[in-house]
Ligand binder design. Sequence first.
Ligand code: NAP
Length: 325
Amino acid sequence: MKAAVRTSYGPPDVVRIAEVDRPTAKDNQVLVKVHATTVNRTDCGFRAGKPFFVRLLTGLPQPRVTVLGTEFAGTLEAVGRGVTSFRVGERVFGFKGLPFGAHAEYMAIPQDGFLATMPAHLSFEEAAPSTEGSHYALALIRKAKVRSGQNALVYGATGAIGSAAVQLLKQLGAKVTAVCGPEHLELVKGCLGADRVIDYTAQDFTRDAQRYDVVLDAVGKSSFLRCRRLLQPGGVYLSSEFGPLSQNLVLALITPLRGGKRVMLNLGRDDPGMARYFREVLESGAFRPLIDRRYRLDEIVEAYRYVETGQKIGNVVVSVDPSTS
Ligand SMILES: NC(=O)c1ccc[n+]([C@@H]2O[C@H](COP(=O)([O-])OP(=O)(O)OC[C@H]3O[C@@H](n4cnc5c(N)ncnc54)[C@H](OP(=O)(O)O)[C@@H]3O)[C@@H](O)[C@H]2O)c1
């Protein structure tokens, strides 16, 4: 089968298209014929081997994981003997963290992994980008136990995590202020449903007069120190990043002990039940992943380069089988 392969850590052009062995479904696994996948920030980090600790997970000094790719949508080609929840031919989507493998024509995943059947009205390319940024967003929102009526601010509302966070917070009934660039104000208000928007080129959002129950930094460019004054007493600062000095990790341990304003990170394991949650919100229309550019699998190096500009709007989709797009 065709796959995007890399055998060393490095820049986008360490990745090339090659023929590799097709995986098989073990007893408890399903074999997915991948129609669409994405290139996201997780793929970029593990491809580059940055931050360095990711190499402890995927191999030192060379990567053991040669085919990256976390998000997928496709059809079930085969199921293992012990599989009872899925049938051959079903359209599925999901997320494959370690050991990756979605940048390929076929991939295997346990039936109890982050996997669900696709809502009928979605194409593969629409379903594939629904689980990476969005599950980081959901994990953070759940961690802070956001409730209906609470005030939330999302910094970086046009990223994969931020654009999902705005929609998922709205779905929970929160009042959302979103911070984004000037050319995306209408998109964030009109399409994503933010109640209020702040243009980060015109206004320093950390000087905003409103107070929030939750501030979610979805681009890792703020700090608890700068955002503290925005929080209500007992408010929560959430971040998709550890911070340049890993300070968010330390603060997430210390701040809950002191009471008052707290820092929280997503350090939890992927919850397979999230796949069913995303199926429901996709089905109801409460969540629709934002899609920026689309590439073919043989253009994946270009997709990596674009994602690494840090300017993508939502998600970058890769068609593995363009005939079904
Ligand atoms: N914790 C984890 O496990 C994990 C996993 C994946 C990603 N991450 C991290 O989470 C962050 C977000 O990832 P992502 O994939 O959602 O990001 P992304 O899609 O690459 O974010 C890009 C978006 O952020 C916006 N942006 C950039 N600087 C901004 C600023 N100063 N203010 C407001 N918006 C800004 C850009 O809009 P403009 O062009 O308008 O600026 C662009 O639309 C990344 O730093 C990534 O490394 C963490």
